[in-house]
Design a protein around this ligand. Structure first.
Ligand code: GAR
Length: 191
């Protein structure tokens, strides 16, 4: 069986990244080898370091205007890329270097509440403002447009009229932590 070597990209807290790291800690064929961030202050960098995962911070020009990141990922033997709260659009060179090998999680039921600028609490605020009775998570492949790749899994939760955006966020986060590592495992071993 071929080995899967995952790089996780984050921009913030990294709670999903931590769940993914612990899920694969003793896995026979899947290993998280690297965690990258555009944000030097991202708390997820500290989480990764606790598990002895190598980390790397990069800036916009390294990411968008050079092949530095692609070369580094290839040199590290990375086979699959997982976005977990990563807020920059993925450039074409990275998509071409990892065709169908990049996955993302979005904290709503796409195509609703997706697209540029829709991330984190903004999504939950929009869900509440729209008076939705349900929301959830979407796990999808990544292409050159925000939130548009092939959907791999969706899971739902109820939204009560009285729910605050924070309460909605907590319900969605539970779904994320429960399902994202499992869906990544299935996806990575099926390719
Ligand atoms: C997660 O809810 C993820 O779905 C969302 O950012 C959060 C990151 O949390 N991603 C997006 O909104 C992407 N459009 P975490 O840093 O604690 O894992």
């Amino acid at each position: 069986m071929s080995l899967v070597r995952i790089a996780i990209f984050i921009s913030g807290g990294g709670s999903n990244a931590e769940k993914i790291i612990t899920h694969f800690q003793n896995h026979e064929t899947i290993k998280v080898v690297l965690l990258l961030s555009n944000n030097p202050e991202a708390y997820g960098l500290q989480r990764a370091a606790r598990y002895n995962i190598s980390t790397l911070v990069f800036n916009k020009s390294q990411f968008r205007e050079s092949d530095e990141i692609v070369s580094m990922l290839k040199a590290a033997g990375v086979t699959h890329i997982v976005l977990a709260g990563f807020l920059w659009l993925i450039p074409q060179n990275l998509i071409e270097a990892f065709p169908n090998r990049i996955i993302n999680i979005h904290p709503a039921l796409l195509p609703k509440f997706g697209g540029k600028g829709m991330y984190g609490m903004r999504v939950h605020e929009a869900v509440q403002a729209a008076g939705e009775s349900e929301t959830g998570i979407t796990i999808h492949e990544v292409n050159a447009h925000y939130d548009e790749g092939k959907v791999l899994a969706q899971h739902k939760c109820r939204v009560e009229k009285s729910d605050s955006p924070e309460q909605i966020a907590a319900k969605v986060q539970q779904l994320e932590h429960h399902y994202y590592p499992k869906v990544i495992e299935k996806w990575a071993t099926s390719l």
